[in-house]
Write a protein that binds this ligand. Structure first.
Ligand code: ASP
Length: 328
């Protein structure tokens, strides 16, 4: 059925002499938008995508659905979004692991992080927490590091696939502790967390947003945070840097991206609603409770996200290579 809105837009287009493409842009969004999240539902990337998308959907007056396409450290979902039509109806919400770190970890990635996407805006930066299963016989980070070293052959850590944030957090930790332990890959850290709570593996470095509730519930142990400063939400948990690995620092930014060629007018519209969403007091309060660092207006422009991506590629590709990880 032709909506009144469409007829009005078409009439305006005739009056103004707009082309079909300009009409589509002026009328955007005219149907449901899909946001591909390249990890399992219920995990950190998914949680942030859903909080932001729900508010953006209200502001746009159109439904936004999240499509969880997990597997292969997020590369399957990101590749799906890269190949979608550049019309603003398929976007990706993903993080620096899939777009920057992965460059060092895969011999051939099914997308080019810079050439295949139009950045829309930064959605938030997440600190990480080193969490261990409850039964691990350690009280603090020092005991943990000694235990892992002494039990290298049997200890196992969980992560969401090669290039996931949890992989980066774990591999930098293990490389700085000089241990080589078996990694257990999952489609996201939501299912990994279930298994950690059940004691199926020993530890994981995951984004705070995903693990806070289980730490507070006493179901897993928090042994260190990945930032230079302690987190307000976990004031008693030391930084990994202060607890024994000086220089350890990993934070995960997340952002919205569109396939290359998506019209600038659409990118700008999405960026405007994202920026308004981040400035919404209820959203920023909710994100702060989850330890998400909310970007200011200047940090959430498309250009700032392009610069953030580039800076992460420059920082993490050599760092991961230096950690001695061989590309798959
Ligand atoms: N983004 C998380 C990671 O990279 C996984 C997830 O969102 O489930 O570890």
């Amino acid at each position: 059925m032709i909506s009144r809105r469409l007829i009005a837009a078409a009439t305006a287009a005739v009056v103004l002499g707009l082309s079909g493409q300009a009409l589509a842009q002026a009328n955007y969004p005219a149907k449901t938008i899909t946001v591909v999240v390249p990890f399992a539902a219920g995990g950190p990337t998914d949680a942030l995508a859903r909080i932001l998308s729900a508010k953006m959907s209200e502001k746009l007056g159109q439904q936004i659905i999240v499509d969880n396409v997990g597997g292969a450290g997020g590369t399957i979902g990101v590749a799906k979004a890269a190949r979608a039509a550049p019309d603003g109806y398929t976007l990706a919400f993903t993080h620096m692991g899939t777009l920057a770190v992965n460059i060092a970890l895969y011999k051939s990635l099914p997308y080019d992080s810079v050439k295949d996407f139009e950045p829309i805006g930064l959605g938030g930066t997440n600190p990480m927490v080193l969490v261990a299963k409850k039964g691990l016989p350690v009280k603090d980070f020092k005991e943990f590091a000694a235990y892992v070293k002494a039990n290298e052959a049997k200890v196992q850590y969980g992560m969401a696939g090669i290039g996931a944030a949890s992989h980066l957090g774990g591999l930098m930790l293990n490389s700085m502790m000089k241990v080589n332990v078996l990694e257990i890959p999952y489609r996201g850290t939501a299912p990994a967390l279930n298994d950690l709570v059940a004691g199926q593996f020993d530890y994981m470095v995951d984004q705070a947003v995903n693990v806070l509730a289980q730490i507070k519930g006493g179901n897993i142990m928090a042994l260190g945070v990945s930032t230079k400063k302690r987190l307000d939400v976990l004031p008693d948990v030391p930084t990994i840097d202060e607890a024994g690995l000086p220089g350890y620092e990993v934070e995960i930014w997340n952002g919205f991206f569109a396939p290359k060629g998506t019209p600038k007018a659409i990118i700008d519209k999405l960026n405007a609603v994202l920026t308004e969403t981040l400035a919404d007091p209820a959203i920023s309060k909710r994100l702060a409770e989850l330890a998400v660092v909310v970007p200011g207006k200047a940090e959430s422009t498309p250009e700032a996200l392009a610069a953030t991506l580039k800076a992460s590629i420059d920082k993490w590709v050599p760092a991961v290579r230096a950690a001695g990880v061989k590309p798959e």
